[in-house]
Design a protein around this ligand. Structure first.
Ligand SMILES: Cc1cc2nc3c(=O)[nH]c(=O)nc-3n(C[C@H](O)[C@H](O)[C@H](O)COP(=O)(O)OP(=O)(O)OC[C@H]3O[C@@H](n4cnc5c(N)ncnc54)[C@H](O)[C@@H]3O)c2cc1C
Length: 370
């Protein structure tokens, strides 16, 4: 594996030529692209569909199949996950079904996935960089003794068909492209919302290859005694919100974040903030947007008092429309915002909220409709 700032493609090939050994004979049979479909408590995490979209492109470039890997308890949940994998681009699916897989636990899921890899030999294996995916990817990579590139922002196949996995490095100020040249599979994780959601196309379920887990409950150290859902977990859905309003240090105080909440409530948005705001304790960590927070892809992103540092930018540049409010006309956020408003956000936000409230009020709506 190598870890260096992204060079030009020609330099990449030349630079790697010295490092690349002949792929060991036993890895030469590894083919096809796999995406681990994250299924938890009956729900497929949407990042799995984003990865299937990305995996489809890699598989087409390599001229191989794209497979969805579904692991879970027997029943309709796994069937549904398989159906969705095909609807999001998979050519086939691998299935490990066992009651032991009802709740996520590292041991049985690691065994299920490593057994599948050893039996069917994929060249690329992608997982979501979720809490579950990070846990599983790390243990699968170490068990298989292969390379894993975490939190990728770009995946590509280079001229000699190696996976080029790009991710931020040095605090986000540089991008590096990492290769797993001498081991298989080449593994990567990608955070939710970093890749675009592919179109869902209803298709019949194709080939499904079932594989046994071959594990007994007595062999597993971890026991799930109870499941207590996090009361907050469904309240913050920043990554998948259509409209997001966020505030930065330019708002000046914790109290002024009420202006962000007010605007968000008025226009049906979710709200977030930059990292120093979390560090100040003005907002909880789950509201942080950016490289070390959430990646968002809303239709509309309104950023108030945020400078637009690269670590913030990487988390928001997938938004369709970015509106920035900043007193400094030279703030970096104006380099990538679609609409820039140079003004004091503390004064502007209440006026904007008020304007939206009037525009969106049912009374006004009747008038507009009439
Ligand atoms: C490893 C690493 C990871 C990081 N991860 C993240 C991350 O995930 N997310 C993130 O956001 N940052 C992250 N950062 C921090 C990042 O580098 C910036 O420091 C941070 O984004 C700046 O936050 P800010 O824009 O709110 O504050 P500042 O940089 O202080 O900018 C405040 C802005 O508000 C403007 N302003 C001032 N007063 C007003 C006003 N009254 N009205 C309107 N505008 C006003 C100023 O002109 C300025 O542009 C990370 C840094 C590192 C090193």
């Amino acid at each position: 594996m190598s870890d260096a700032p992204t060079p030009k493609p020609a330099a990449q090939a030349a630079g790697r030529a010295g490092m690349k050994k002949e792929l060991p004979e036993h890895f030469k049979a590894y083919r096809h692209v796999w995406v681990a479909v994250e299924l938890e408590r009956g729900q497929v995490h949407p990042v799995s569909f984003e990865l299937l979209g990305e995996g489809r492109k890699l598989a087409d470039k390599l001229g191989v199949d794209l497979a969805g890997v579904v692991m879970g308890p027997p029943g309709e949940e796994t069937n549904q996950a398989i159906r969705e994998a095909f609807a999001h681009g998979a050519d086939l699916a691998y299935l490990v079904e066992d009651p032991i897989l009802r709740d996520y636990r590292n041991e049985p899921y690691t065994k299920a996935l490593t057994d599948l890899v050893n039996a069917y030999k994929p060249e690329i294996l992608l997982l979501g960089a979720t809490t579950l995916g990070r846990d599983l990817a790390g243990s699968v990579a170490t068990t298989l003794k292969t390379g894993l590139t975490a939190d990728c922002t770009e995946l590509a196949v280079d001229a000699d068909k190696s996976l080029a996995a790009t991710r931020p490095t040095f605090g986000g100020s540089l991008l590096c492209t990492i290769y797993t040249l001498n081991y298989r599979p080449q593994m990567a994780t990608v955070r939710p919302r970093v890749m675009a959601m592919p179109e869902r196309v209803e298709r019949p379920i194709g080939r499904v290859i079932a594989h046994p887990l071959d594990m007994r409950e007595e062999d597993i150290v971890t026991k799930v005694l109870n499941f207590i859902p996090d009361g907050q977990s469904n309240k913050v859905n920043l990554a998948y919100a259509d409209i997001v309003v966020a505030g930065g240090m330019g708002l000046g105080s914790a109290e002024n974040f009420q202006l962000i909440r007010n605007l968000a409530a008025t226009i049906g948005a979710d709200f977030g903030c930059s990292r120093p705001v979390v560090q100040k304790g003005w907002m909880p960590a789950e509201r942080q947007i950016g490289q070390t927070g959430k990646t968002i892809r809303p239709k509309l992103y309104i950023a108030a008092g945020i400078s637009g540092a690269i670590q913030h930018r990487v988390g928001v540049e997938g938004a369709d429309l970015i509106v920035a409010i900043n007193t400094d006309a030279n703030a970096p956020i104006f380099d990538f915002a679609h609409v820039g408003i140079v003004t004091d956000a503390v004064r502007f936000l209440p006026a904007l909220t008020d304007a939206f409230a009037r525009r969106l009020s049912p009374h006004n709506h009747d008038k507009l409709a009439g």
